[in-house]
Design a protein around this ligand. Structure first.
Ligand code: WT7
Length: 656
């Protein structure tokens, strides 16, 4: 096998047979102009004016792109707008007051609908209250809320008064909250008493209190009483009840503050490969233009749709595609507080059915779980309202991709969207009304975006070969910098593949990928998920993809075990689908599949069957933890896991 690039193979995992968008979809699609790529290309960067033009501006911008201080780019500079006005007020002006903005589905079957008018009232009252609590323009407000309507309300209230929000995922610990508030110089917090997790009332305020104790600054805190008598709490100094504030400021309105397009809209902390979490800075104009445009062009969202992104708003996916993108378009966005398997494994399909959801967007980890649970769950509901499905967050191999399209979508188009916290919005995806879909490949760069897969020297690799995924031009939704400074931003994302001398700036995604003759990119994994076995560099995700292609396999995680004697050995942790016992037949099929897709060099030395893989709350498999287990290392704190109990099981298995 050719090993020029050191990735141990010269061809990507076979992508499965392509699919054409169905005629019925194309007929109604938002974007169907086959020349759209060329049009963006010929007119770059002005092509992005089209995206910005869908927004309401208080003052027009002077330039589309300023690149004088690259890689610190500025988009739509001089223009002024307000994100809360764009996501709320303008839909009232368009006479859509009674149209549902948010349909909230609670954990225990509670339901709430906020019309655009209701949302307007709530956002204004909270904005007035925040002002009264001395939140000024540019003060960072931290929001530590689970998936309840007050979370988007709080974000939009902050946006209204020009206070950047810093949403911290509700499942993170007190220490993580404190570290993020400290790093963001944030002296305001919006949290709640608690929320239900697996049936129990979980005390969120206790965590917030602990975080506040460890912070030097006094933190003014708004507390949403979500659980009422199920979890009584008392308010201390500097603490204010959300509902009392709403009552106190009932009917109050606050003029949306015109923000410069380049003013910060929010901060979002994400983990880097090493060191402290990175505070990714997103600004107002470019971000909003990019999320609105991709919601329209890729997710095909229409104002009359009921659209559901089943992510958590505590991560970037929820910011961009539960809150800002869909609300900028004036559609109905569904928000779900619970988990997919409570009270039963058909919960999501019950919600799709009852709400007649048109577009559904989720992550491969969820899709693999659905596949594992079995097709009877989606089959027990009427899912015919679904017109388009989307996936994001990890590579998805052809088998779950096809399962999702057929069993959930009834053959509708599926968009596999690649992007990152740092890119703000989608970067690679098919356009569902135009492009052929290739299961297993995310798709080509979207119009106006240019992606290249390159070797260490920055030269393009040949079609089908593995390399580093880079983006060669700026784009509106891009992070502008990191909160702790431009230096780390330049060093992590721009220096690896740029040549400042010639002004050749390239963004490095941190991912490895391959690109085919049609420009479709298959993401292989993060650079930090590469293991070297017998002198060959292998992508753990690539091996996992070959394993999950085996019938009966639900999920797998591959890690390296290193020893002086054996070098690095490949350990594969595998869980099987419901109804499939872990058998020697599956074991043999795994060995064959990996051998076929990559080569015998990638054959796992050990295949360990486990009922579940350890996962973070956002659903990412914790490979590092498995790596520590196989290497007999001391384990890091596992309290941030969704399923910490599985660690004990896996460890016990190791000792036997
Ligand atoms: C990383 C970014 C932005 C969405 C949520 C995750 C991986 C994302 C795909 C995809 C293969 C994907 C990449 C990327 N990723 N989408 N469609 N196919 N991999 O945001 O936490 O910033 O993670 O997720 O590795 O770099 P994030």
């Amino acid at each position: 096998m050719d090993d020029r690039n050191g990735w141990g193979r010269d061809r990507p995992v076979p992508a499965g047979s392509p699919h054409q968008p169905p005629e019925s979809f194309v007929e109604q699609a938002n974007v169907t102009d086959e020349a759209i790529d060329e049009k963006f290309e010929e007119n770059w960067p002005e092509c992005w004016e089209r995206a910005a033009g869908s927004l309401s501006w208080d003052e027009p911008f002077d330039t589309v792109l300023e690149d004088g201080d690259a890689p610190l780019y500025r988009w739509f500079a001089g223009g002024k707008l307000n994100a809360s006005f764009n996501c709320v007020d303008r839909h009232l002006e368009a006479d859509r007051k009674t149209h549902a903005a948010i349909r909230w589905e609670g954990k225990h079957g509670e339901r709430e609908t906020y019309t655009y008018r209701d949302l307007y009232v709530a956002v204004n009252e909270l904005a007035a209250a925040l002002r009264e609590l001395d939140v000024e323009e540019d003060d960072v407000v931290t929001i530590y809320l689970p998936m309840i309507p007050e979370l988007p309300i709080a974000m939009l209230a902050c946006a209204r008064i020009g206070a950047p929000h810093n949403v911290v995922f509700a499942g993170l610990s007190a220490d993580a909250l404190a570290a993020r508030m400290d790093a963001a110089d944030s002296e305001f917090l919006i949290t709640c008493d608690g929320y239900y997790r697996r049936g129990d009332a979980f005390n969120q305020k206790g965590k917030a209190d602990n975080a506040r104790l460890s912070l030097e600054a006094d933190v003014r805190t708004v507390v949403v009483d979500h659980l009422g008598a199920d979890l009584p709490h008392v308010l201390g100094d500097d603490e204010y009840d959300y509902h009392d504030l709403r009552e106190e400021f009932a009917g109050r309105t606050v003029d949306p503050v015109p923000r410069d397009a380049e003013d910060m809209l929010f901060l979002m902390y994400t983990s880097g490969t090493t060191g402290e979490p990175k505070g990714v800075v997103h600004t107002t104009g470019g971000y909003l233009a990019h999320v609105a445009w991709t919601s329209h062009a890729v997710l095909d969202v229409k104002p009359e749709d009921t659209y559901w992104c089943a992510a958590d708003i505590g991560w970037i996916t929820g910011h961009s595609y539960i809150v800002y993108g869909p609300l900028a378009l004036g559609t109905t966005t569904v928000m779900y507080e619970g988990t997919p398997d409570y009270p039963d494994r058909d919960r999501l399909w019950e919600i799709v059915d009852r709400n007649a959801v048109d577009v559904f967007y989720t992550a491969p980890t969820a899709i693999r779980a659905f596949m594992k649970w079995g097709e009877q769950y989606p089959a027990s509901h009427d899912l015919s309202s679904l017109r388009l499905l989307g996936t994001v967050g990890e590579p998805i191999s052809p088998r779950p991709w096809n399962w999702y399209r057929e069993r959930v979508g009834g053959g509708c188009p599926v968009v596999d969207t690649w992007w990152q916290t740092e890119t703000g919005a989608m970067m690679l995806s098919t356009l569902p009304g135009i492009d052929e879909m290739k299961p297993g490949a995310a798709g080509p760069a979207l119009p106006g975006i240019e992606a290249r897969v390159v070797d260490e020297t920055g030269a393009d690799v040949a079609a089908g070969e593995a390399g580093y995924l880079t983006i060669t031009r700026p784009w509106p939704g891009m992070a502008r910098t990191l909160y702790d400074g431009d230096d780390r931003y330049r060093a992590e994302y721009w220096e690896p593949f740029s040549d400042p001398e010639t002004g050749d700036w390239r963004y490095f995604s941190g991912d490895t990928a391959s690109i085919d003759e049609d420009g479709y990119v298959t993401v292989l994994g993060r650079v930090d998920d590469v293991i070297t076995v017998s002198g060959r560099r292998l992508s753990t995700m690539e091996i996992e993809s070959a394993i999950t292609d085996v019938a009966g396999v639900a999920e797998s995680a591959v890690v390296g075990r290193s020893s002086d004697r054996e070098g690095t050995e490949i350990y594969a942790y595998v869980s099987t689908e419901g109804g499939f016992e872990p058998t020697d037949d599956i074991r043999d099929a795994i060995v064959d599949s990996v051998g076929g897709a990559i080569g015998p060099v990638a054959t796992p030395h050990e295949i360990v069957f486990t009922p579940e893989l350890p996962k973070t709350r956002s659903g990412k498999i914790m490979r590092r933890l498995l790596e520590d287990i196989v290497n007999g290392e001391e384990l890091e704190d596992t309290s941030a896991l969704r399923n910490p109990e599985i660690v004990g099981e896996i460890q016990t298995g190791r000792e036997e």
